[in-house]
Design a protein. Structure first.
Length: 367
């Protein structure tokens, strides 16, 4: 039986097994999930300002597969009775995906083009229409796929999620639109990074990483030459790697000097980078990535972080998940304030697990 619980950093002890990965502001893994903590690591967590981490005790039981096990009529009725429709999600059609992918490819290949601003607005118009079509207020983060090419996919993911977060935070329609543009262009400076660094299939050296960190400055300079791009958008591109504790780059400014757009972009950018598979790393699961973000409260703006957490759906209603007690279950309701712990119904037992609010389920998680 696995027991998983949150421990404040000040109460951590040597020998505890951490159940999440800890990353720095550049997404490099400092402590891998399932690592047994020692005194050096614990002191490092405190220095990073991390408030607490998830600890895991026990080993998972090996359960016989029940994938084909029939669901009783009583369980089906329970699922139907309890099922609550998810918040309206943004849906990008295949035709829009194709146009967006083509447009983003053009942007990053033609940074000096006079059509850069117009093309960016055309793409943002497409994303805005997709949000407006069903008055979307959430993102199914497992469904955001636009292109297999990382830079293009990442830029559209960041733009789409940032627009939804901005909407969640009550920003004006103009601001939602502008942060979409900022999301599309936030990595445009990578067009100035040598390909051997940008596409290196392994960890960057310190010298290479120093060059990579210049991409936000390069992006700002590219956009400075374009009078059709608004200044807040340019500033967001420059600052999207800054951290509220002043440990970001390129300028190392603190919370009071980072613009609102950049605070949102920072959260979304880190999330999407974590879950995306690259030649030099596997992608983290959405759950692991969310937990990493939750541990970065010393670096990320808390309002933007809460806006992001309140805008994403990890386990859409109707999804089948596996619980840490070995039972497979159907998701019937999501909680905006507890996205890691939805209400589910066990397929074998018909038991209702309210992972967020039933104390008897405190030690049960979704694997």
């Amino acid at each position: 039986m696995v027991r998983r619980y949150f421990v404040p950093t000040r109460l951590l002890q040597e020998g505890m097994k951490i159940d999440q990965s800890i990353v720095d502001g550049t997404n490099r893994v400092l402590i891998a999930r399932s690592t047994v903590l020692d005194d050096f690591m614990i002191k490092g967590l405190r220095k990073l300002g991390i408030s607490g981490v998830y600890i895991r005790e026990g080993e998972e039981e090996v359960m016989e597969s029940s994938a084909d096990e029939p669901i009783t009529q009583e369980t089906l009725e329970t699922i139907q009775k309890l099922q609550v429709e998810d918040r309206k999600r943004v849906n990008i059609s295949e035709s829009v995906r194709a146009r967006v992918a083509e447009g983003v490819s053009f942007l990053y290949s033609n940074t000096a083009s006079e059509q850069l601003a117009d093309t960016t607005r055309d793409i943002t118009d497409e994303l805005m229409r997709a949000i407006d079509e069903n008055d979307a207020i959430a993102v199914d983060i497992s469904a955001l796929k636009v292109s297999d090419e990382y830079t293009f996919k990442h830029s559209v993911d960041v733009a789409t999620m940032s627009m939804i977060v901005a909407k969640k935070l009550g920003m004006s329609r103009e601001e939602i639109y502008d942060i979409g543009i900022a999301g599309l262009l936030h990595d445009i400076g990578k067009s100035k990074i040598p390909n051997e660094i940008l596409n290196k299939p392994g960890r960057l050296t310190d010298e290479e990483f120093a060059i990579m960190k210049q991409h936000s400055v390069f992006g700002y300079r590219i956009l400075q030459e374009n009078q059709d791009i608004k200044e807040p958008i340019k500033l967001a591109v420059l600052q999207h790697h800054e951290k509220i504790n002043a440990n970001g780059y390129p300028m190392g400014v603190g919370a009071d000097q980072i613009c609102a757009f950049a605070k949102i972009l920072s959260v979304v950018d880190i999330y999407d980078a974590l879950v995306t598979e690259r030649p030099y790393k596997e992608g983290f699961s959405p759950r692991d990535a969310v937990e990493m973000l939750m541990a970065m409260t010393a670096e990320l703006d808390i309002v933007s972080l809460r806006g992001f957490l309140g805008s994403v759906i990890l386990y859409p209603v109707g999804t089948t998940v596996e619980l840490s007690n070995g039972e497979r279950a159907r998701v019937v309701e999501n909680y905006e304030e507890a996205i890691l712990r939805p209400k589910v119904v066990g397929l074998k037992t018909g038991r209702v697990y309210d992972l967020a609010y039933d104390l008897s389920c405190a030690n049960i998680i979704i694997n």
